[in-house]
Design a protein around this ligand. Structure first.
Ligand code: 3PG
Length: 390
């Protein structure tokens, strides 16, 4: 998709705008649990609402049967204005939308209610495009998907990137072109599928040409369930710990890369809900079958924090352990402290679980409005209160 940033305000006069947002947020009992993504789109919504004739918001929820109705309610509260919600299929939305008063803001139902969205069916893309004169894409979190509302609609309407996209892209650009060294990348949580390409990319050697724009990391620190997969690849019996079997052989290859730093010690317990834990050191023991790795250990945490404190560029995605249990929250907390305490480094933090942790951790910072810090909306929260992955 060609990412042209928003044109002059006058461009939108008398135009109906279709705005693709990523409101794929965690809901419980019809309430939004974490509204970070919604808040981050407010500037674009306000800008377009003020300047366009009508604003039609579209989003998905990963759960293909879950309704976006509670999100419309939440958005109305946040933006302090009426937000119409159109339930049902998109095909029947056009008539309803066009009957709404001028300047209305409307949110349509979860796009994934229609199979045409994920399948990127041209007919579905046409239906969406038929709702507006102009398309604005502000759904950074879903920009890696090939869904109809991501790649289909921009082929049919004049399309622009929203203000959130602009910020996200600029911070990534900064990482790509101006990352100062030492550059430290920290990855935790699970979902190797999305993180492996990043780990591989950051762990590559920097190109030595003067025109090289891509800066590679100097250290790639691993924690969480990702580290378990690498540990398994090292031949350690990880007991009942979560790891991703299909990535073990790829992790094995990557282990040869000296930039990748795997923790040497871990906190283990008989269950992730346990109130106690014991230390497991890769060097001296074999992990007893039946145990769960809940967190990385104090020695590795200290080592990680030391590396982080010297960094000039930091990217962090994914917690170090199963932080929902305070017994296993220490490493994520210490890493967060080290990242935020490094005032000089340019920092990008992303991933729903990481940002949810930051929101709840009582860290001595206000609203994370720190200079040199960008909190990305990329990466959904993978676990609910019950938790899934360390
Ligand atoms: C995300 O939160 O990662 C995006 O909204 C994409 O969601 P998906 O993994 O269900 O496509």
């Amino acid at each position: 998709m060609l990412m042209r940033f928003l044109p002059k305000q006058s461009f939108f006069k008398n135009k109906q705008v279709l705005l693709r947002v990523d409101f794929n947020v965690e809901l419980r009992k019809n309430r939004v649990l974490d509204d970070f993504r919604i808040r981050q789109t407010l500037p674009t919504i306000k800008y377009l609402q003020k300047n366009a004739a009508r604003l039609v918001l579209i989003s998905h929820l990963s759960n293909e049967t879950e309704s976006l109705a509670p999100v419309a309610k939440h958005l109305a509260k946040l933006s302090r204005r009426k937000v119409f919600f159109v339930p049902g299929k998109i095909s029947s939305a056009a008539k309803l939308v066009n009957a709404l008063p001028k300047k209305s803001v409307v949110l349509l139902e979860n796009l994934r209610f229609d199979k045409g969205e994920k399948a990127n069916q041209p007919a579905f893309a046409r239906k969406l495009a038929g709702l507006a004169d102009v398309f604005v894409f502000d759904a950074f979190g879903v920009s890696h998907r090939k869904d109809a509302s991501v790649v289909g609609v921009p082929k049919l309407l004049p399309s622009f990137a929203g203000l959130l996209m602009e910020n996200e892209l600029k911070s990534l650009e900064k990482l790509k072109k101006q990352a100062k060294k030492p550059f430290v990348a920290i990855f935790g949580g699970a979902k190797m599928e999305t993180k492996l390409p990043l780990i591989k990319n950051f762990a590559k050697r920097a190109r030595a040409t003067p025109e090289a724009l891509v800066r590679r990391a100097d250290y790639v620190l691993l924690g969480g369930a990702l580290a378990n997969t690498f540990l398994k690849a090292k031949g350690v019996n990880v007991g009942k710990s979560l790891y991703e079997k299909k990535f073990v052989s790829r992790a094995k290859k990557l282990l040869k890369n000296k930039k990748i730093i795997l923790p040497d010690d871990y906190l283990v317990a008989q269950s992730l809900g346990s109130r106690t834990s014991h230390l497991f050191s890769v060097v001296s023991h074999k992990l007893s079958v039946g145990g769960y790795i809940g967190d990385i250990g104090p020695t590795s945490t200290k080592e990680f924090s030391k590396i982080i404190s010297r960094a000039k560029t930091i990217i962090w995605n994914g917690p170090m352990g199963y932080y929902e249990n305070p017994v296993f929250a220490r490493a994520t907390f210490e890493v967060a402290k080290a990242v935020l305490a490094n005032k000089k480094a340019f920092k990008i933090i992303g991933g729903g679980d990481t940002t949810a942790f930051l929101k709840n951790a009582k860290l001595p910072i206000t609203n994370y409005q720190l200079p040199n810090l960008f909190i990305s909306t990329g990466g959904v929260r993978q676990r609910t209160a019950g938790g899934c992955c360390s």
